[in-house]
Design a protein around this ligand. Sequence first.
Ligand SMILES: N[C@@H](CCC(=O)N[C@@H](CS)C(=O)NCC(=O)O)C(=O)O
Length: 203
Amino acid sequence: MKLYFAPKACSLSPHIIMRELGLEFELIRINNKTKKTAEGGNFLEVNPKGYVAALELDNGEVLTEGPAIVQYLADLVPEANLAPSNGTWERVRLQEWLSFITSEIHGGSGPLFSDEIPEDVKDIFKKKLFKRFDFIVNTLEHQDYLIGTYSVADPYLYTVLTWMPNFSIDIKDWPVLHRYMQRIEVREAVQAAISAEAETDPV
Ligand SMILES: N[C@@H](CCC(=O)N[C@@H](CS)C(=O)NCC(=O)O)C(=O)O
C-alpha cells in the first residue's frame, strides 16, 4: 500500500492508523501546490480531486476521503479494535463522529486557511467552530475518547485540532480538549507518524 500525504495535513490521520495497526506501507509525499509526487509523478493522476489523503492499494485501486480510508484500514485488522464491527450500532456511532469531524471541524476550519477571506469573516467561522468544540467537550468530559474507546475517530480529531494555532486559536482555552490531545500525542504511533513525515524531503 502507498499513502500519499502532505506533512501535517489531514493525511496524518490515516498515517497514524497505519502505524497503530502495524501495517506495511510506503509513504509518498506530495507537493500540494504543484501536485507533484516525491516519485516525480503527477498526483492528479492518482487522485483527480487533487488532495491528500490517497491510499493506493496493491491491486492499483485508489481510495480517497479520510473517513473512508481509516475505516477501510481498521477493518483490515479487526482485532486492533480501532472500529466496531460493520453492521453494529457502535459502528454507526463511529461514522457519526467521523462525519461530524470531516464536515464540522475539518471542513469548518478550511476557510481559516484562506488568505483571501477577511479576518472579520473568519471570526464568524471561528464562532461556529467554537460551538462544535463545546459539543465535543460535552462528550470528552465523561470519557477519554469519542466513542468511549480509542478508535479511528480520535487521530482524525487530533490531526485537525493540531491546526488551530495557525488560526490563533489556543486549544488550552478548552482544557478538556487540551488534555485529550495530550492523551493522543503521547501514543507511539502518533509520535512515529509525526517524525516520519518531518523526516521526508520537500517535493
Ligand atoms: N474531503 C477530503 C478533504 C481532504 C483535504 O482537505 N485535503 C487537504 C489537506 S488537509 C488538501 O490536500 N488540500 C489541497 C487542495 O485541496 O488542493 C477528505 O476528507 O479526505
